[in-house]
Design a protein around this ligand. Sequence first.
Ligand code: C2E
Ligand code: MG
Ligand code: MG
Length: 401
Amino acid sequence: MMNKPTRELPARRDTPADGARPRLLLVEDEDGLRHALVRTLSETFDVTAVSDGSAAAELLVKETYDGVLSDIGLPGMSGVDLLRLVRTYDLDVPVVLMTGQPSVETAIAALELGALTYVQKPFAHDVLHGTLLRAAKLARLARTKREAVAAGVGGSPLAGDRAGLHTCFDRALETLSIVFQPIVDRRARKTMGFEALMRTKEPSMPHPGALLEAAERLGRIQEVGRRVRELAATSFRPPDDGMTLFVNLHPADMLDSNLYDRHAPLTKIADHVVLEITERAALDDVTETKHRAAELRRRGFRLAIDDLGAGYAGLTSFATLEPEVVKLDMSLIRGIEGSPVKRHIVESMTRLCRELDMHVVAEGIETMPELATVIDLGCDYLQGYLLGRPGPALVPSSQSW
Ligand code: C2E
Ligand code: MG
Ligand code: MG
């Protein structure tokens, strides 16, 4: 049986206007302490008090608070469990935990979940007051900041606490989709394949780099990889048969057993797939790279080195992966017609790759002079906004240039 809040429930309210009394949810099972706290805190806050975690959780779904003050040792749902629950739907509400005996484990769990602070019982009321007022101000600041991020102005989208980041990341994964950018065969002047690029509707992760950075911080890279591979395989509808699908891998994906799974959707079309491994991230943490590359080839995949010229020493990845395809980083292509150095580098790379039986893709072609130059230098495949923006894999397969 759930305990009733000690005052009538107001209708659902949105964030209070600045200047309004801050709204505080108090969760304390000890009647005497709860009553005492309601009395003193009501001088400053609009206090709603409940005596267990489930009642608090129910209120938090319906209402917006500027702070939660919760005991840790609650019947049924502990203060830390409550905090975990709170973070699944309110990333910004500051939670202040009260405890008689803090343990190291609880402290770590609480901090990871974004508890603002601890107050140890018995506490001085002016200290508690000050902590809660500061919490309320932080809550309003955090909400304003998140609104700014959602509106696309300022603020680091990744500046939230870990639990908040997990929640944003979950939403990003749920709304993940794939767009396809055409890759054109220079000789045939036809689209020969598409690169799968991920997109998400999560406002705090507006481009793949932000999602990947969050995934790295949370140790959840392989979840992204699995979702991308599944979606890329199932949503790829090439306009012609036999077209190649290029799929990006993070080095950590190389360690995921799912990548090698015969029954995974992408493995089923492996003969049409080139896996791109970026030069921007080091392969150092990947063990048995040569063996893994061989395993992928046994499944039917071909391999590409992506962003060549952008990152770490290329020779190691060349020697270990022996890629079938090399994608030149767009920094080498940008303004290439006016740069003898870039022209020289691209020409040498293209010649060497040809001698090693590797195909070369020039990425990021935006202008006609760039296109003319990379064609002249012998790049096999061409990709860039000039030839086609990322979108559905349904472009005409002939080119007008
Ligand atoms: P990338 O694999 O080198 O992909 C090419 C990026 O350049 C894409 O950005 C593409 O939209 C953009 N691009 C293509 N043509 C042009 C052009 O002419 N001009 C300019 N300025 N840009 C062009 P996007 O989609 O934002 O992806 C950025 C990077 O994020 C990718 O670089 C790749 O490293 C990573 N990424 C994207 N999707 C995935 C994915 O599904 N998995 C993994 N692991 N990484 C991904
Ligand atoms: Mg790529
Ligand atoms: Mg690239």
